[in-house]
Write a protein that binds this ligand. Sequence first.
Ligand SMILES: Nc1ccn([C@H]2C[C@H](O)[C@@H](COP(=O)(O)O)O2)c(=O)n1
Ligand SMILES: [Zn+2]
Length: 170
Amino acid sequence: MKTDYLSWPTYFMSIALLSSFRSKDRKTQNGACIVTPDNKIVGIGYNGLPNGCDDKDPDFWSDDDEDVLRSKHTYVVHAEQNAIYNSTPFDLKGTAIYATQFPCHICAQAIIQVGIKDVFYLRRKNGKHHEDSFKAVAKMFNASGVSYTDIADIPGYDSDYLDKMSELAP
Ligand SMILES: Nc1ccn([C@H]2C[C@H](O)[C@@H](COP(=O)(O)O)O2)c(=O)n1
Ligand SMILES: [Zn+2]
């Protein structure tokens, strides 16, 4: 028997990472993968525009945060949200989500409300704004009984594999 196959955590985070390679965000590409307790994938997503919005319209992908009408932050659907939307009508109670980035507060609310119970993340953004957001998300997750774990802390997770895969980003 072959013994060097991918572990479940490595496999699911690889799928989240692969999905992020579809993102058209110039700065930040995220992906997410939702998994049942018996290891079935029920939703995959990446950060992108809502259906029907033209990626070539410069307003949608602008980084100009001074103008709410010309900021990607107004328009982009986050990877975790898309993974949830793409899983409908599946009941997500008791599932886990593998996300390339620690969820923002809006994604955290969505994760809680659909009943996802475990969050595994690959990266956390640095800086005061992100640290404060992390605290708010942790407060919500703790109150709702959602676990959140750096994937690097999971036994059997192969960080070298994901590092090599990250280098393949388009
Ligand atoms: N939990 C998250 C947080 C953010 N995103 C997306 C939304 C944007 O496209 C990008 C973050 O913007 P930036 O830091 O580059 O100004 O990442 C997500 O998918 N999930
Ligand atoms: Zn988000």
